[in-house]
Ligand binder design. Sequence first.
Ligand SMILES: [Zn+2]
Length: 134
Amino acid sequence: MSFCEDLAEMEQIEREWHALHPPKGREGGEMAEKCSGYVDRGWGTHSDCLYPGKVERDGMWYCGIHDPARLEKRDAEYRARIAADNEARGRAVLIAQLKESVVETAKAWGNCPSAGNSIALAEAVKALRKAESK
Ligand SMILES: [Zn+2]
């Protein structure tokens, strides 16, 4: 059986399933608008979503899965999570660098506890504390 025949059979099975399981939530039994979304079938192929439309956006109907508002919210949440991850990673790198700086200035102070090295060490510790407290 070819890939296309497989796809046609899969869609037929899905149609039969939907016919046996009418969606709940629409009263009156009027002809429901079909969802305008697509279902990804892999390998660059897709087919029409077979669910009835639940929400109307700009004159097009969408099921709960393909509702553009839901997809937009999901994408925004995903982007926010990535941004938070990146920020946490950047902060971890900064703190590691500041710790290294504290160690290096402490070594310099150990070799020569001059006023200049004391100030440099105090400033390195202050910068580390500030970064850690954020
Ligand atoms: Zn849909």
